[in-house]
Design a protein around this ligand. Structure first.
Ligand code: PPE
Length: 304
């Protein structure tokens, strides 16, 4: 990965290689931690963090859900992320990864006495599913793993533990020669990708599943806001796998994945087998937003 100079950890900036944890770190054993993924783009006016407030608020909400008391306020965490980007003098686009976790000192499942630690790292990260994928679309496999059920996990939290399910699905898809997994919920309806939300387009209507079994995605919300401004009809409703196969277009959204077209699912060609026209339109508009070229969305950018 692309190393940066410093990482912020428990109140101070330290050299990248020194930002370490003890092997008995509670989160490492029992999986209770929460994190965020936020991007900053090189705009004409310099580096700007996209939707910093929304990501930081979700981080604190995730901690609330999993019963971790974060010692820093929303404003403090925002200031830390800005400071980190200023200190590191990045040349390209940046991915910011804040994490709140339980540190060293307590073992056993009763977690409330474990020390709460907070770190924020940032590094230069290019396209998540490849530049080729952004242009021409990716091939996707519906996973044999059901998305974490609401009966046993809490998908509104961007919680470390939720990502075992994602990792297994991603591994299975890549091992089978695909580029990403699409997970169904335990009732068989489309939930989300291993690290993205999912959309289809049918008869010019844009459809995405409700958040029953998925993260409340900030990119998804941005794309919906954009689409509605552009005059598209957007519908939140359940989608079945066979409906995906006969969609005119399909795409993933996520901070890392941005807007990535899907050109094939389980051997079925989606639409024309390439990036569809509405996907292309939304993708272009999304990049205009994050690069500060759309005045209506300026309020989502925090310039460094
Ligand atoms: N669902 C999941 C499971 C998920 O992990 C993400 C983000 C999303 C939906 C989209 O959420 P949002 O970023 O708010 O639009 N996944 C992060 C994972 C990247 C990684 O591999 O690490 C991300 O996009 O940053």
């Amino acid at each position: 990965m692309n190393k940066a100079d410093t990482i912020w950890m428990n109140g101070k900036l330290m050299p990248w290689d020194e930002a370490k944890v003890h092997v008995l770190t509670h989160t490492l054993h029992y999986g209770n931690g929460v994190f965020e993924g936020t991007r900053a783009y090189k705009t004409d006016r310099g580096l700007a963090i996209f939707r910093l407030r929304d990501h930081t608020r979700r981080l604190l909400n995730s901690a609330k859900i999993t019963m971790i008391k974060c010692p820093y306020s929303l404003e403090e965490l925002e200031a830390v992320q800005i400071e980190l980007l200023r200190e590191n003098h990045f040349e390209g686009n940046v991915y910011i990864r804040p994490i709140i976790y339980l540190g060293y000192g307590v073992m056993g499942l009763y977690h409330v006495n474990a020390p709460v630690e907070v770190a924020v790292a940032a590094w230069e990260w290019g396209s998540y599913l490849g530049d080729e994928g952004l242009q021409n679309g990716i091939r996707v496999k519906i996973s044999s793993f059901a998305r974490n059920s609401v009966k046993s996990t809490m998908g509104k939290a961007k919680a470390v533990a939720n990502y075992l399910n994602s990792q297994m699905a991603k591994f299975e898809a890549l091992e089978a020669g695909y580029e990403e997994a699409l997970l169904l919920d335990d009732e068989g309806f489309v939930a989300e990708g291993s690290g993205e939300c999912f959309f289809i387009v049918r008869d010019k209507k844009i459809v995405t599943p409700p958040h029953d079994n998925s993260l409340e995605s900030i990119t998804q919300a941005t794309v919906i806001e954009l689409a509605e401004k552009l005059g598209y009809e957007v519908e939140f409703r359940r989608i079945t796998r066979d409906e995906v196969y006969i969609a005119d277009e399909a795409f993933f959204t996520g901070t890392a994945a941005e807007v990535t077209p899907v050109r094939e699912v389980d051997g079925r060609i989606i639409g024309e087998g390439k990036r569809g026209p509405i996907t292309e339109h939304l993708q272009r508009e999304y990049f205009d937003v994050v690069y500060g070229r759309n005045k209506d969305f300026e309020h989502y950018l925090t310039y460094i």
